[in-house]
Design a binder for this molecule. Structure first.
Ligand code: ADP
Length: 344
C-alpha cells in the first residue's frame, strides 16, 4: 500500500497497515473499523453509509494521512470501544476471534456438487472434533438444511441474536429455507436484499466459537456469488470442479473472480471424478481427471478427488448426510485443515 491514504482504500486494509488510524475513524464517529462487514468497505463507502458529507469525508482522509505522518489531526482521537475497534480479521492474531476461519465454497456452475461438498466437508471436520458452522449463502436455492434434516425455525438466542439450528452431529446451520413457510417457496430477491440477508446471517446469528464457518455460495460466477463474497469477511475460497468443467474454462472464470475480489484460493476439489464398481473397477465417467491442471491454474493444492456415489443422493434427499462415511472425504478434510495451517 502506498503511504498516502485515499478514499477508495478498504477500511480493513488501512487499519491493518496503520493501526493508529483506528482512533481517527472513531474520532470522526465512523465505527466501521469495529464491524466485520463495514470494515470491508472503502473509506468513501463507509462515510456514505453513515451519511457523511463529501467535505467530512475529505476531512477524514486528511486526518488519516496526518496521523500516519505524525501530524496533528482535527478531531480528538478517540479510542475504539472495548473489545471492538478492530475488524474481526484483524483481531485474528487468532485467539480472540470467535470464528477462526470463514471459508467460501464456490463452483463455476450449478450441479457440480458444491453444496454436497460443503455439507460433507463440515461432517468430516466435525468428526475430527472441529467446531463447525455452515452458512447457506445460496439464498435463492438453499439446500443445506434439507441435507442435514434440520427442521423448524431459528429462535432468539439468550444473547439477543438468532440461534442457529444444530444438526444431530453438532454442526450449526443457518439457511434461508428455515424462514420459508414451504420449502418450495421461491425467493425472488435482488442483490441488495441478498447481501443484507447474508450480512445478518453472519453477524446476527449467534454462532458462538467456531473453528470453521463454511459458506455455501450461490452457483456460478455471476452477481450472486460475488454479492455474498463481498458481504462477508471471507478468509479463503475452496473451488469445486468436475472433470468436464475445465474443458469449458468455467474453472478459469472462478479463479478470475476470486482474484478480482483479492481472495485466497485454499484449494480445489475435483468432484464426480470417477465411479467405482463393487469389484473395484474405476470408470472416469466425465472424462479423465484434471487434477494436475487445476493445481497449476490455481496455484493451490488439490484437496480432494471424489467419486460419484449414488448412495449419497438418497442420504442427502432424506436429510441424513451425516450418516455418510467415505475415506475420500476424510482425506479432503485432513488436507483442508493442513493447507489452512500452512497458509495462516
Ligand atoms: P451444486 O451445489 O453444485 O448445485 P449439489 O451439491 O446440489 O450441487 O449436487 C447436485 C446433485 O448431485 C445432488 O443431488 C447431489 O446429491 C448430487 N451429487 C453431487 N456430488 C455427488 C457425488 N460425488 N456422488 C453422487 N451424487 C452427487
Amino acid at each position: 500500500m502506498a503511504d498516502t491514504i485515499t478514499a477508495d482504500m478498504i477500511i480493513h486494509d488501512v487499519v491493518s497497515r496503520y493501526p493508529a488510524t483506528v482512533k481517527v475513524f472513531h474520532g470522526h464517529g465512523l465505527p466501521c473499523t469495529a464491524c466485520a462487514v463495514g470494515s470491508r468497505e472503502s473509506v468513501a463507502q463507509g462515510a456514505r453509509t453513515h451519511r457523511f458529507t463529501p467535505e467530512k469525508l475529505d476531512q477524514i482522509v486528511k486526518d488519516l494521512n496526518a496521523v500516519i505522518n505524525g501530524e496533528p489531526v482535527s478531531v480528538a482521537p478517540k479510542k475504539a470501544p472495548v473489545g471492538r475497534g478492530v475488524p474481526l480479521t484483524m483481531a485474528n492474531s487468532a485467539a480472540d476471534r470467535k470464528i477462526k476461519q470463514v471459508i467460501a465454497i464456490m463452483s463455476g456452475k450449478g450441479g457440480v456438487g458444491k453444496s454436497l461438498v460443503t455439507g460433507l466437508l463440515a461432517v468430516s471436520l466435525r468428526r475430527q472434533g472441529q467446531r463447525v458452522g455452515v452458512l447457506d449463502g445460496d439464498i435463492t436455492g438453499p439446500s443445506i438444511a434439507r441435507m442435514f434434516g434440520t427442521k423448524g425455525q431459528p429462535t432468539k438466542s439468550p444473547n439477543g441474536g438468532i440461534e442457529p439450528l444444530v444438526s444431530k452431529g453438532g454442526i450449526k446451520i443457518m439457511s434461508m429455507n428455515m424462514f420459508l413457510e414451504r420449502e418450495s417457496d421461491p425467493v425472488v430477491w435482488r442483490g441488495p436484499m441478498v447481501s443484507s440477508a447474508i450480512k445478518q446471517f453472519y453477524s446476527d446469528v449467534d454462532w458462538g466459537e467456531l473453528d470453521y464457518l463454511l459458506v455455501d455460495l450461490p452457483p456460478g460466477t455471476s452477481d450472486a456469488p460475488m454479492t455474498v463474497m463481498q458481504a462477508l469477511p471471507v478468509d479463503g475460497v475452496v473451488i469445486v470442479s468436475s472433470p468436464q468443467m475445465l474443458a469449458t474454462m468455467i474453472v478459469m472464470k472462478c479463479i478470475n473472480m476470486v482474484r478480482q475480489l483479492k481472495g485466497l484460493i485454499v484449494g480445489v476439489v475435483e468432484n464426480m471424478a470417477y465411479f467405482e464398481t463393487p469389484n473395484g473397477e474405476r470408470y472416469e465417467i466425465f472424462g479423465p481427471s484434471n487434477g494436475t491442471e487445476l493445481v497449476s491454474m490455481t496455484g493451490a493444492p488439490l484437496l480432494g478427488h471424489l467419486p460419484i456415489d449414488p448412495s449419497l443422493t438418497t442420504l442427502c434427499d432424506s436429510g441424513r448426510v451425516e450418516e455418510y462415511y467415505a475415506e475420500a472425504y476424510e482425506e479432503l478434510a485432513g488436507n483442508f485443515v493442513n493447507t489452512l495451517k500452512i497458509k495462516r
